[in-house]
Design a protein around this ligand. Structure first.
Ligand code: IPM
Ligand code: MN
Length: 354
């Protein structure tokens, strides 16, 4: 596929902790691959995150959110600052973007690259290659609930999981389409909890099997979330694509990240297939490694590869992923400080192997 020769506008939010270091390497790779394949881009840098919040009290102004709606994609480093109360940045920045831009899919590939150590004994790259499609706008993440009799010994806390037919349907449809396009095992597993959460998962299950009727060539399967965790460890090769809700998706994708070699490599895309999507390494801000040039930038570079694919630069995307697969065979470990290379050297290696 030749490059489109197009010019893109990419919002960049390096964020907190090691975010700026890994994004710097991602941008280095972006620069190199754009030259190789011939597309152009402008970066629009935003300094949102803990430092700015501490300075100005501002997390994400509406004006910036509006600007982002006109971009081709958003590239995010990490959010989370040791001096900022947990929840402020997560809600005010990350979840705000996911919700406001209707990024209703969180796409998380779980793929073991060559040479990468997995804690699963006797499993290799042929066994660990699946994708989780996590609903990204609903469920327990809507922030609905209440305290009843707060502060008393009879206190009750309610946390609502909101699941709409429309929200489930667009997510499930995306998952079927994705499974079809991916064209591997052609199997889509619904991961839920129909035996206990009888309202939410009843609706999910009905929607899933109704949409399935239009995809006769896709095999369907169901696993309760607890069993799903078990199979991800015992028989990861059973999976092709998993679709699940926001909370279960959050949990199983951390397990997924571990079996694919850890936070040094795991990335995700927050997709609005009809709008603006955001790509991020999923490892967080890793405060204790900040500024040391020891963190692994491959997750951020893999997020860049996903970004390129989404904006239509499939060739560039593949070049980046192929290069990452060469580089993983050269690193001693994917863990921060134990790679045998510094953060910037790993970025250079990816550029060299493009
Ligand atoms: C993730 C993260 C976020 C989530 C946090 C930081 C709010 O854990 O992207 O998985 O729970 O979705
Ligand atoms: Mn998470």
């Amino acid at each position: 596929m030749p490059s489109s020769g197009k010019k893109y506008r990419i919002a960049v939010i390096p964020g907190d902790g090691t975010g700026p270091e890994v994004v710097r390497e991602g941008l280095k790779v972006l620069e190199a691959v754009s030259k190789e394949t011939g597309f152009k881009y402008d970066k629009v840098m935003y300094d949102f995150g803990g430092e700015r919040y501490k300075r100005t009290g501002e997390v994400l102004p509406d004006s910036a959110l509006e600007e982002m709606k006109s971009m081709d994609a958003i590239y995010l480093g990490a959010v989370g600052h040791p001096d900022v109360k947990p929840g402020i940045l997560e809600n005010g920045l990350l979840l705000k973007i996911r919700f406001s831009l209707e990024q209703y899919i969180n796409l998380r590939p779980v793929k073991l690259y060559p040479g990468v150590w997995t804690p699963l004994k006797d499993k290799g790259p042929d066994d660990i290659d699946f994708v989780v499609v996590r609903e990204n706008n609903e469920g327990l993440y809507v922030g609905e609930g209440e305290f009843i009799k707060k502060g008393t010994k009879d206190e009750i806390a309610l946390q609502v999981s909101r699941n709409t037919r429309r929200g489930i349907e667009r997510c499930v449809k995306f998952a079927f389409e994705y499974t079809k396009e991916r064209n591997k095992k052609k199997k889509l597993t619904l991961c839920g909890k129909t035996n206990v959460l009888t309202y939410a998962w009843d609706l999910w299950e009905r929607t899933f099997y109704e949409v399935a009727k239009k995809y006769k060539d896709i095999k369907t399967d169901y696993a309760h979330v607890d069993a799903c965790c078990m199979w991800m460890v015992k028989n990861p090769d059973w999976f092709d694509v998993i679709v699940t809700d926001n909370m279960f998706g959050d949990i199983i994708t951390d397990l997924g990240a571990m079996i694919q070699g850890g936070m040094g490599i795991a990335c995700g895309g927050n997709l609005n297939p009809e709008g603006v999507s955001m790509f991020e390494p999923i490892g967080g801000s890793a405060p204790k490694y900040t500024g040391k040039n020891v963190i692994n930038p491959l997750a951020a570079i893999c997020a860049l590869s996903m970004l390129l694919d989404e904006i239509g630069e499939g060739k560039a995307s593949k070049m980046v992923e192929d290069s990452v697969m060469k580089v993983t065979t050269k690193l001693k470990s994917l863990a921060a400080g134990r790679m045998g290379y510094s953060t910037s050297e790993v970025g250079d290696l990816v550029v060299k192997n493009l």
